[in-house]
Design a protein around this ligand. Structure first.
Ligand SMILES: Nc1ncnc2c1ncn2[C@@H]1O[C@H](COP(=O)(O)OP(=O)(O)OP(=O)(O)O)[C@@H](O)[C@H]1O
Length: 261
């Protein structure tokens, strides 16, 4: 199986600071990764590489078989779904939910003069249904709750059937009910064999949905540990990365929780 992501000894330097250092990491099509680490560890920068938004300063980054720096990123980016709060902010408040999702077909936010086919409308409605948004199709994006807006951002990111789905803190700032609803949907999506490879950045192990298979712990720009999720999300490893004695509990349904000892 060829990797969806193949990062080899790559580093990212910004303003004289080494933000990512000697990263060697690969993601296979059937893997669902969670990336954890303290503030400033380099998680967002890693996602920026995976989304072909930036190039490495050294080393090689191959995304969906294409080497960054040698590929036209405008051809590569439509193959990648990306949901983040920053991208969500670009969706106009007065856009309907249907349009907010459908405009992903043209990689634009804000419907203008693009021509959409019936197939685009059908596809958008199917995605809205998958993310429990059908009843909100005609609502304006700006009137939605945080939880609903997050679901729209994710629905938008899967509208184009991406080969790689990147999620930057999808459950951040959600209340308990909205978080659990999102995790149910994310868990079902991550568990489906037809879903693409996924990489999700999160700050909390409680926000890991069942179905995620692998984890990567980043610390100060370097990989602390990576591999099958049960081997990585442990009290010992998280304690080392966060510099605090932590106890991790795992539930039967594949959920995690962590607390200080
Ligand atoms: N253009 C830049 N110039 C200098 N330093 C930068 C630049 N961009 C990011 N950094 C620094 O690189 C480090 C990693 O940033 P990044 O946003 O990737 O971390 P993160 O793990 O996503 O953090 P958080 O959990 O707080 O979102 C931070 O210390 C940040 O201040």
């Amino acid at each position: 199986m060829s990797g969806v992501l193949e990062f080899s000894d790559l580093s990212v330097v910004r303003g004289g600071t080494r933000i990512l250092d000697s990263i060697t990491w690969s993601v296979q099509p059937d893997e669902r990764w969670v990336v954890l680490g303290p503030n400033g560890a380099g998680k967002t920068t890693l996602l920026q590489l995976a989304s072909a938004s930036i190039h490495p300063s050294s080393g090689t980054a191959i995304v969906l078989g294409e080497r960054l720096g040698k590929v036209d990123v405008f051809e590569l980016r439509p193959r990648i779904g990306f949901a983040s709060t920053a991208l969500g902010r670009r969706i106009p408040a007065n856009e309907t939910v249907l349009d907010a999702v459908m405009t992903a077909a043209y990689s634009v936010t804000g419907r203008w003069n693009e021509q959409y086919d019936d197939i685009d409308v059908r596809r958008a409605r199917r995605v809205l249904d998958e993310w429990r948004l059908t009843e909100l199709e005609g609502r304006l994006f700006g009137t939605l709750s945080d939880g609903e807006q997050k679901r729209v951002q994710i629905a938008r990111s899967v509208m184009t059937d991406p080969e790689l789905l990147l999620l930057d803190e999808p459950a951040a700032s959600l209340d308990l009910g909205a978080r659990e609803e999102l995790l149910q949907l994310l868990g079902a999506y991550a568990s489906s064999a037809t879903s693409p490879a996924m990489v999700m950045v999160t700050h909390h192990v409680e926000e890991i949905a069942p179905g995620f298979t692998h984890a990567l712990l980043l610390s100060d720009g370097s990989i602390h540990s990576e591999g099958p999720i049960a081997e990585v999300i442990t009290g010992e490893k998280l304690s080392e990365v966060f510099g605090l004695e932590l106890v991790v509990a795992t539930s039967e349904n594949g959920r995690y929780s962590a607390r200080a000892r």
